[in-house]
Ligand binder design. Structure first.
Ligand code: HEC
Ligand code: HEC
Ligand code: HEC
Length: 275
């Protein structure tokens, strides 16, 4: 019985290794950056994609309704937008199936449904292939702003820190206040707690680097959160471990974790392209 469990366990391990997935992020060609901030606010490449996709649908919607003239009009538009990919990003010109695209237009002209499907399929595969490689990395690299340019003035020392180092400072205060409280060093616990509170409030400085809307800030710096900071302060002075722990827990979930879910994950992914 024991042996059976061991063998099935090793089979299970082997199976899960065989199925282990690796996520790769392929860096998009440098020239794509011309069509995104800070180089351009117009998102020209993405706009061309939407136009391409709309004209693709325009072809099929009209063929279904036997509106061949309109279908041809959309097919020609589609061709323009498809070829434009190679004009916007020279490196991508060679992955386009231009002949199939030309044949698609011809097939619409001659109202040949089978050929339309055949060539749409060939062109369609180039969409899928390129998206598989580049859509996610493009969003990470070009849609999400960088935290590298933000800095925060430390209310405790007056020194300017990058986001990365400032986060470490806040975390350190949080850990120290717990350590001193647990080992009964009340004065030190209160001091670390006060530093934590000051630095926590200091976090809000960076929000306006990206957000013009105060409503976004108030989600993580709400009245409730501010209430918990006062509770924390009082509980530290009283040495009330349970209240310290529950107010820190509330702050950790409703500020730190929530903000990380929205900002830290893309920031960490984006860093992969910056190093
Ligand atoms: C803007 C919302 C935001 C809030 C609020 C926030 N963080 Fe962060 N935090 C970030 C971002 C973004 C990063 C990633 C920075 C980077 O990697 O450059 C980060 C990174 C970190 C890191 C990792 C640092 C490292 O060495 O990589 C720690 C630890 C951390 N935060 C702790 C905290 C704690 C504790 C709180 C709450 C008291 C908090 N953060 C509140 C956005 C936030
Ligand atoms: C050589 C690369 C390449 C080819 C070929 C390509 N695309 Fe794209 N496409 C991209 C990239 C990169 C993005 C991501 C752009 C962004 O998010 O800013 C994208 C995004 C899109 C989007 C936007 C999706 C969204 O919601 O964000 C649509 C729609 C789209 N493509 C349609 C098409 C269609 C239809 C075809 C084929 C007829 C096609 N694309 C061919 C590279 C390509
Ligand atoms: C480097 C830029 C940057 C900084 C700094 C930043 N954010 Fe954001 N934040 C974003 C982006 C990007 C989004 C996604 C929505 C968007 O594109 O506007 C977002 C989304 C949010 C959301 C989700 C709801 C919404 O408004 O879209 C909240 C809430 C939020 N941020 C709060 C904060 C707070 C609070 C701070 C400061 C502690 C902060 N952010 C700092 C870039 C940033």
């Amino acid at each position: 019985m024991k042996k059976l469990i061991v063998t099935s366990l090793s089979v299970l391990i082997a199976f899960s290794i065989a199925n282990a997935k690796t996520v790769k992020l392929k860096e998009p060609p440098e020239e794509l950056g011309k069509y995104y901030p800070p180089n351009s606010d117009k998102f020209e490449f993405l706009t061309n994609m939407y136009q391409l996709s709309t004209s693709f649908t325009g072809v099929f919607a009209n063929i279904q309704e036997k509106q061949w003239d309109k279908a041809l009009n959309w097919a020609e538009k589609m061709k323009d937008h498809y070829f434009k990919i190679g004009k916007l990003v020279k490196k991508w010109d060679k992955v386009l199936r231009k002949e199939a695209m030309n044949n698609l237009v011809e097939a619409v002209k001659s109202k040949d449904v089978a050929s339309v499907k055949k060539y749409a399929n060939i062109v369609g595969k180039t969409c899928v292939q390129c998206h598989k490689n580049y859509q996610l990395p493009t969003k990470i690299k070009y849609h999400f702003p960088s935290f590298d340019t933000s800095s925060i003035e430390d209310p405790v020392t007056g020194v300017e820190y990058g986001v990365h180092d400032y986060m470490k400072k806040v975390t350190n205060d949080m850990k120290l206040l717990k350590i001193y409280l647990m080992q009964g060093d009340k004065t030190k616990a209160v001091k670390s707690g006060n530093n934590f509170i000051k630095r926590f409030e200091g976090l809000q400085q960076m929000c306006s680097d990206c957000h013009t809307n105060k409503a976004s800030e108030e989600i993580y710096f709400s009245k409730e959160i501010k209430g918990k900071l006062s509770t924390l302060k009082e509980a530290l002075i009283k040495g009330d471990k349970d209240k310290v722990s529950s107010s820190l827990g509330y702050i950790g979930i409703n500020n730190c974790s929530k903000c990380h879910n929205v900002h830290q994950i893309p920031a960490m992914l984006k860093e992969k392209f910056e190093k």
